[in-house]
Design a protein around this ligand. Structure first.
Ligand code: DAL
Ligand code: ZN
Length: 360
């Protein structure tokens, strides 16, 4: 019996050694902290689009769960403790996780006392809500531009129930970069961390945060962690990756060679669509692990690495100028009217962006 137990132990050790050898071969070296916990494997990955399930991601790991353009939570991720913003007495609608309730109320009261009251434009968004939001921005701006400003479903901090798009109360410059220069925007930039909120996508940090500047979007991580992130000078993505994230992110897959479609030289009646079709939802695998127990690692600010923003995902098919020579004048006229209608519709939609209330 004892010999059998030895064989089993040896087999387990051999499996572990093989796994570590494989990781080494792949160039991944998970750091082991002084308590034996495995931390992020390697430097912060450059911005790119992937669908790797993040960890930790248990509902109790709310402080440290990282989602970005690479890491996501499953479509089934829906926090169990959502409460109505209205019931917290904060202007605006939607739901947030109860864990932030008291700090949100305290922050609202402090902002009011400072003469720069805040409200909520958009809070918790389910996976399906985020699908609709992302598809809307794709319809408005095309997929390439949408990826700069909106998370694909599964990748949004709003799905964690911990992100809020703040606005002024009453609303001014909502969801606009200029909101950062309003009284409420400035107050939030300077004081939100004192109440546990961190600006996820700060100005000038796009190559690290992977999104355009969003002065209105804050992620709640609790007061202790927010103070540490603020003191580190790092973006939240850098800080969570370096100190808490345990997901393994492999190197990017090589891009397939693209052979451009030759443009026909003869007249054709085909008119390419002017607007990119809405993005279809990425196929997401079910959670690969059960929720993890909460981690309490030693938090040590890290020097930002020099990661650069990778080229964004393949752009949508380029709009091609149609050749209409040889077509009957009535067809040319119809195309002109259709084009005018689309351009006018686009302009109206862009004007509505600031007050759409769908969030970013
Ligand atoms: N606008 C941020 C990136 C989101 O969609 O979550
Ligand atoms: Zn947001």
């Amino acid at each position: 019996m004892q010999a059998l137990a030895h064989v089993a132990t040896l087999a387990r050790l051999a499996t572990l050694a093989a796994a570590l050898a494989l990781l080494a071969l792949l160039g991944l070296h998970p750091a082991v902290d002084d308590r034996g916990g495995v931390r992020a494997a390697g430097p912060l990955p450059a911005c790119r689009y992937d669908d790797i399930t993040t960890s930790p991601r248990g509902y109790d790991d709310w402080r440290t769960t990282l989602v970005d353009t690479i890491l996501r939570v499953p479509s089934s991720y829906a926090p169990p403790d959502l409460v109505r913003v209205h019931d917290l007495g904060v202007p605006g609608g939607g739901f947030v996780r109860a864990v932030m309730g008291e700090d949100l109320q305290a922050m609202r009261a402090a902002a009011v006392a400072a003469g720069s009251p805040i409200g909520i434009e958009s809070a918790y968004r389910s996976y399906t809500d985020q699908q609709a939001v992302f598809a809307k921005w794709v319809r408005l701006y095309g997929r390439t531009q949408a990826l700069h400003i909106s998370a694909r479903p599964g990748h949004s901090e709003h799905q964690l129930g911990l992100a809020i798009d703040f606005r002024s109360d009453p609303p001014v410059a909502t969801l606009n970069a200029s909101w950062g220069t309003t009284a409420a925007g400035k107050w939030m930039r300077n004081h939100a961390w004192e109440y546990g909120f961190v600006m996820s996508y700060p100005k000038g940090k796009t190559s690290l945060s992977c999104y355009d500047y969003e002065p209105w979007h804050f992620r709640y991580v609790g007061r202790d962690l927010a103070a540490l992130v603020h003191g580190s000078g790092l973006t939240l993505r850098e800080y969570l990756w370096a100190n808490f994230t345990t997901a393994i992110v492999p190197p990017p897959k090589p891009k397939p060679t693209v052979h451009p479609t030759p443009i026909p030289t003869h007249p054709t009646a085909t008119i390419a669509p002017l607007l990119t079709p809405a993005a279809s939802a990425p196929s997401l695998a079910p959670p690969s692990q059960p929720p993890l127990a909460s981690l309490a690692p030693t938090i040590s600010p890290q020097v930002p690495n020099g990661s650069t923003e990778a080229p964004l995902a393949s752009p949508p098919p380029a709009t091609q100028a149609s050749s209409v020579s040889g077509l009957a004048p009535v067809l040319v006229g119809s195309a002109g009217i259709a084009l005018g209608t689309i351009v006018l519709g686009g302009l109206l939609l862009v004007r509505r962006r600031g007050r759409s209330g769908i969030g970013l």
